[in-house]
Design a protein around this ligand. Structure first.
Ligand code: NAD
Length: 469
């Protein structure tokens, strides 16, 4: 019987915990899911039928508050999966120093089978239930989008929460991933894909590591295969292309397409929306069995769709030298072991796809401070830059051209600040992971090093609370 995502996450935890010196009780507490609320509610269909919908909110860890984690809409989700995803959130937040506990929510519904009205009813009902149980709030538990949900659903979440908590000053911080017009932050929608490409850029910048893989340093010219063209996959493909990599194949549910010259993700999405299939994209070769695309010849494979995609079965045939986990839990421990033996570099989910929660943290801060990033200092900074330019012009007797002036005087704007904060976070976290691997030579892979960093950071928080001697 295949192991569950929960088993896999626990296995990765145990593998890393063996390298720590924390007492068993503390490790057990870090690993355990603190609580999961399982509930169901009736929803009326447009045809009058009543359907009972299953839903969950798991809070894996409260070592820091609020707890944080997305809401997944999927026909296949179950309680074990929600708990595993909540655990991953705890470790992910710790790896990138986002001061939250881990949580996750889910509703068992296929969003492709529901109209917008139905989804809105389900979302609002779900939030009602969370409010009743104090499982949502700026200082308690803050959801975000995950597979099957996006900005639209988060707008319904905040609207419902605010209606039930009138006058709550910080109420907008009850959820992140909102549209910018509804208290969101610029750069959140694309943050997971952008963060993944910052991570990949940093991985590829290590010339020695790349040489060991038989690759040149840098992202430029790398051949990339992406699985999934939803929020994470689309933006990962876009930023890879913008940084000079070539997205040679894209795989989705109904199949995959291959073009060694490189694919344009916007054209692919437009084609798929228009024809209702990714297959038969002009100029590309169609691959009817989607999973075959994972085994194509490439430098980088980005699974950005589902869990358990790289298994003991297909891992021996995977040709990519680098696997960057856009999805949560795409690699089973059996595949991970095979990749290690083959020398494939796996950049683990708890680091690679953390960009979303990093920018969610910035959004939460913006909502709590009630002022957008850059608003206060924008003019002040521009005036200060201009004074400096004038002083240089006077000292040298040479005026700057308008073009140079425009480059040098760049007052901070929200998107620029968000992206630079995201890049700084991803680069710093990668350096920490590499340092752990170098400091503890027995820790050979990036996943174990990332888990070990997470365990140590969560352990420190518990020790500071004085809960463990
Ligand atoms: P999404 O719903 O926007 O997109 C999912 C994509 O996967 C779609 O393109 C779909 O066609 C594809 N897909 C579904 N089943 C497939 C199959 N059997 N084979 C191939 N492709 C398939 O979801 P998303 O938000 O992009 O999330 C994708 C993954 O990334 C999930 O594991 C999620 O937990 C993780 N993640 C998401 C975020 C975020 O900010 N949205 C953050 C971190 C991690």
């Amino acid at each position: 019987m295949p192991r569950s995502l929960e088993d896999n996450v626990d296995a990765y935890f145990d593998r890393a915990a063996a390298f720590s010196s924390h007492p068993r009780g503390l490790l057990d507490q870090i690993r355990a899911c603190n609580g999961v609320y399982s509930f169901q509610f009736p929803v009326r269909h447009p045809d009058g039928r009543i359907e009972v919908v299953r839903a969950w909110r798991a809070e894996h860890s409260h070592h820091k508050l609020p707890a944080k984690g997305g809401i997944r809409y999927s026909a296949a989700v179950d309680e074990s999966e929600v708990k595993a995803l909540a655990a991953l959130m705890t470790y992910k937040c710790a790896v990138v120093d986002v001061p939250f506990g881990g949580a996750k929510g889910a509703v068992r519904v296929d969003p492709r089978e529901c109209g917008a009205e139905q989804l809105e009813r389900i979302t609002r009902r779900y939030v009602h239930e969370l409010v009743r149980k104090n499982l949502i709030g700026p200082g308690v538990d803050v959801p975000a989008p995950d597979a099957g949900t996006g900005e639209r659903e988060m707008a319904w979440v905040v609207d419902t929460y605010m209606a039930l908590n009138p006058g709550q000053l910080d109420g907008m911080a009850c959820v992140t991933g909102k549209p910018v017009t509804e208290g969101g932050i610029r750069g959140r929608k694309e943050a997971t894909g952008r963060g993944l490409v910052y991570a990949l850029g940093e991985v590829c910048a290590q010339a020695g590591d790349m040489a060991a893989l038989g690759l040149s340093a840098g992202l430029d010219g790398k051949r990339v295969v992406v699985q999934g063209i939803g929020n994470v996959g689309y933006h990962a493909a876009r930023f890879c292309r913008e940084r000079g990599a070539r997205v040679v194949a894209i795989a989705v549910r109904e199949g995959a397409i291959l073009d060694p010259k490189g694919l344009d993700e916007d054209a692919v999405v437009e084609h798929r929306t228009r024809t209702r299939s990714i297959l038969d994209f002009p100029g590309a070769t169609s691959i009817p069995r989607s999973a075959d695309a994972l085994e194509l010849d490439c430098d980088v494979l980005i699974p950005a769709a589902l869990e358990n995609q790289l298994t003991g079965d297909n891992a021996p045939r995977i040709k990519a030298r680098i696997v960057v986990e856009g999805a949560n839990g795409p690699t089973t421990p059996e595949a991970d072991e095979i990749f290690w033996r083959k020398g494939t570099l796996v950049v683990p989910d708890i680091y690679a796809n953390a960009g979303g929660v990093v920018v969610s943290y910035f959004e939460w801060l913006k909502n709590l401070s009630h002022v957008g990033f850059g608003r206060l200092e924008r003019r002040h900074q521009a005036a200060s830059d201009l004074r400096l330019l004038h002083a240089i012009e006077q000292a040298t007797g040479k005026p700057f051209t308008a073009a140079v002036r425009a480059v040098l005087v760049r007052p901070p704007d929200e998107l620029g600040i968000v992206n630079s904060g995201l890049e700084e976070t991803m680069v710093t976290a990668y350096q920490e992971i590499r340092e752990t691997r170098q400091r503890q030579p027995a820790v050979q892979d990036l996943r174990t090093a990332a888990f070990l960093n997470a365990i140590n950071k969560v352990a420190r928080a518990y020790l500071e609370l004085g809960i463990f001697p």
